[in-house]
Design a protein around this ligand. Sequence first.
Ligand SMILES: Cc1cc2nc3c(=O)[nH]c(=O)nc-3n(C[C@H](O)[C@H](O)[C@H](O)COP(=O)(O)OP(=O)(O)OC[C@H]3O[C@@H](n4cnc5c(N)ncnc54)[C@H](O)[C@@H]3O)c2cc1C
Length: 393
Amino acid sequence: MDDHPFLVAGGGIGGLAAALALARHGRQVRLFEQSAGFEEVGAGLQMSPNGVRALKAIGAWEAVEPSCVIPSEIHVRDGLSGALLQRIRLGKSFEQRFGAPYRVCHRADLLAGLLAAVRRNFGIELNTGRRATAVAEDGATTRLGFADGTSASGAAVIAADGIRSALRQAVAGIVQPIPRGVILYRALMPLQRVPPEIEADCVTLWLCPGAHVVHYPVSNWRNFNIVAAIDGTLPDDGWKTPAHAGEVTKRLAGVCEELALLLAAPASWMRWPGADLPALPRWSSGRVTLLGDSAHATLPFLAQGAVMALEDAVILARSLGRGDGVAEAFRAYDAARRPRTARLQEQSRAMSRIYHASGPLAVARNLTFRLAGQGFALSRLEWLYRWTPDTPA
Ligand SMILES: Cc1cc2nc3c(=O)[nH]c(=O)nc-3n(C[C@H](O)[C@H](O)[C@H](O)COP(=O)(O)OP(=O)(O)OC[C@H]3O[C@@H](n4cnc5c(N)ncnc54)[C@H](O)[C@@H]3O)c2cc1C
């Protein structure tokens, strides 16, 4: 078996998870992140049972768990009337049903936990300020080229360089992110500043005409995360663009009083355009493969973007562990993962249409939520949440 190091481009959730998963399978890893440091920014994440299982499989759950929050319930509410449409209890019976807990955390905490686990691992070399620009197979090795003119050689390249991947082209041709007509706003504030009208210990989803809002506590109950998804368009200028003062409250004028109070509470909001990728025909070419958002960026409406990157990492390392050679292992990983992530991409798009419905469609949706109850809601999530590292797809 080839003993050159594996090269990972991108030090986000997917890249760090891949490095850990490979190191656990005895591979040396060199990871290259374009930023000067690891970017512990972003919004809240729902760590569903499949994500917890993936974190356990790569040995990172112990580092991540302390910053996670155990929410009491998930509530779905009508954003205009405030009415409770559905309640999902997250206690013992939920955990028994899915075989692992459900938690919420902040992207920064997940990244910090992964980094802590990576730093304890001597088989992983971390490099920052290295922007990968090109990849090429070169005899028995694979070469990664950087914007500063340098290059590195290894056994294989894993392109975990996010939705705007520079390396994707080498595997799948030119594929651009597709804006999906929704603007995502995120805010983070101290938990004490949450208005008393809001049940701060729950995950709450508010459904409004042309919009929805999700919120929950993060960072071991220190902070409160709010994300509002509102129909509209924006130029793509990254993850760190501030929204104008009053933009969110103005665009969501007309929501019920509790929600309006909450939306007015944060000192500031950030915004980014909601985009995803089409399902790609392949993720791998020879000894180069895509992982995470570079392969299957998804709208965040089923809250699975980070979790899918974690699952990818587990399956990639397992495929390599079978000892069939790198290109064969990458093909097996690609074949195992693509159907699941394509289904998620499609369902996430559909959720935005359901969540943002108005008029008679919204009335029908609300009735369905009320009648369906917890059992039905959970049965629709089984294919996602029951995943284990042994699940074929
Ligand atoms: C700064 C940041 C903030 C985010 N905030 C949110 C958020 O608020 N809500 C949300 O739903 N999702 C957010 N995401 C996306 C979310 O983290 C991903 O959908 C998910 O975790 C999948 O992870 P990934 O590792 O595939 O991609 P990402 O998390 O996007 O990580 C990709 C990493 O690769 C690096 N990179 C990119 N190009 C290159 C290159 N050419 N060479 C080397 N390194 C490169 C990036 O700097 C980044 O660290 C954010 C991502 C980033 C990078």
